[in-house]
Design a binder for this molecule. Sequence first.
Ligand code: BDP
Length: 726
Amino acid sequence: MMRGRGLVNRLAIAIAAILLAAPLRAEDGYALWLRHAPLEGEALADLRAAAPVVMGDLTDPVSPTLVIARDELRRGLAALQGGESAAPRPDSVTLVFRCGTDKGDGDNGFLLLPMTIENHRTIQISASDHVGCLYASYKLLRELGQGTRLMAIPRRVDYPVMPLRMLNHWDNPDGHVERGYAGRSIFDWWHLPEKLDPRMIDYARANASIGINGVVVNNVNAKAFMLEARYIAKLKRLADAWRPYGIRVFLSARFSAPMEIGGLATADPLDPAVEAWWQAKADEIYASIPDFGGFLVKANSEGQPGPQDYGRSHAEGANMLAAALGERGTVIWRAFVYKAEDSIDRTMQAYAEFVPLDGQFADNVIVQVKNGPLDFQPREPFHPLFGAMPNTRLMLEAQITREYLGQATGMAYLAPTWEEVLKANTGRPAARDRREPRIWSSHGPEVDPNEPIASATVAQVVAPVGMAGVANTGSDRNWTGTHFDQANWYAFGRLAWNPSLSSEDIAREWAAQTFTRDPEATRRISAMMLASRDLVAQYTAPLGLAHLMGTGHHYGPAPWVCDLERPEWNPCYYHRADKEGIGFDRTENGSGALAQYAPGVAAQWADPATIDEDYLLWFHRVRWDHRIKGGDTLWERLSAEYAWAEIGLQARMQGWEALRGHIDPERHAAVAADMARELKDARWWRDASMAYWQSINGLPLPAGARPIPESLEAYKARSFPEAPGQ
Ligand code: BDP
């Protein structure tokens, strides 16, 4: 009998153990970093013991934002406790909102304040405005989601450093996303305004949870008809849905719209009829959407119309639109311009066109500058414009979608790219914004708050304005094509919120919320993420090469392309390889682009013997037998870079395999497949590129290099009608 009971007990314990070690549930990634997966072990016990109660009595007046803030917190706390909140008890920790006003006059900052008053534990959630309280809810859940104990939530004031934290969607009204790799557009213009896809709310939640507060809904290569009344009605529906989440809508505006939809004979910004047309258009939009953010404009770039078509400057074009918006909104004018007929180095043209206009832009104009002077390449030095327009409001444009980094294949965590540019010191003064003590003190030397800063980082230049990211969302169930691409959306928001955060901290907090809280697993995942961009650069653009990708789809290698109509569309224009050597000379002996940087900055890149090799061929043209630090010739080193990338990718695959027990099978398998594909692509990049370089320099493969399986002709003959993004 006894023995029988013992068996039953043992069986019961075994069954309980199986049940408790809850099998990893298959997940499709839709919930993003807002999964709020149940806590484990002591963290779970702690939260249940706290039995937190979110007080329902909200600050007066109650707004939809506050209701969302409260409900998010309630739902999230329940989910973290395994689906149901512990029943309230007399000693429950109470969470109380104190949320200021909803007038939009706060800075969205907040304070989470755990305290014990007369044995009663409470957490005060105070903010200067309602959106601040919403951000506080997400922050609290983020902390708990990483295993922080409720009463140990850091008592810190938190607030967004940058006022504008925007996504730029390159989505077209027909549903095709330019450079989008995660399916079709998430915006269903056809069914708007009557029908609002619930996904639009999930999208707003995701954005609000990382502090994104502005969305440009359409492609910079804009269609004029999106300014028509029927589209304004559609946009209004989105604006109304997103307003409670603190998100303002913006539109990309086509400069020639007065002609295309307004029936005018010109779009000349100094023509009174054109001014009046835009004024009336702005009034029409504001009548429907009182908090409309403004216009994003790509002008006189890649065939887009602009003020130069009428002999007017970018400033004249931007200021005319800015006058139409008035105090109600902002014109964001892109600095991404280059001309085919201009014989100077393409990377120098934006500087040449914009620097003379410094100080001429109206107060409600922002000039939006890509991180580097070329075009979102795997690695670029920072854009020299950041140090050259002290009297203009500059904003950073990053690309979250991976146009040139494998698209939605493989892995490239981009936070290190953005961290690099934000931390780059321009070597030049910047206008000082006193509202941002954090950014001033955490980026660079101690500064006297009353003095203008002598040598500003890019973060310091753009902090008073903002950051825009070209969105990577699409209709794919997991939003971003691959699971790891969610991290880029997340990291973009977090860095725009606080550009002093490190890529590593962001990777860890993302991984803990997205995959697993196991600290060792999170550490390993974040290490994989941190190395990933460098690996892509190593096999696609080693040693500072750039723009070697296939024409049109921008996927895979095509360094041999030399005959496209516009010279600066050709990979040959960038690598300049011949029998003697390779690289783009941007020193004073070459294009002179180096001189667009402050002397102290230029000095670090001026000498091929001392330059950081990641930028060697960006700034210098060197011989194939040039000796690199360490003794290898350039040719040997180039070959080694490709080989190291392969080794790195293989090691990462093994590392991922070892994480199998920590990740649900569905997402584990999907990522493993992405990684296998990336290894195949890296080999293709290496084989095709090496075959091409050899055809130019006539050198044998360096000793020990893997033979190239196919002929150069075979690589050239590959075509990919199925590649996305054509
Ligand atoms: C390039 C893209 C192109 C965009 C352009 C831009 O290839 O599709 O329209 O940038 O930023 O990278 O306007």
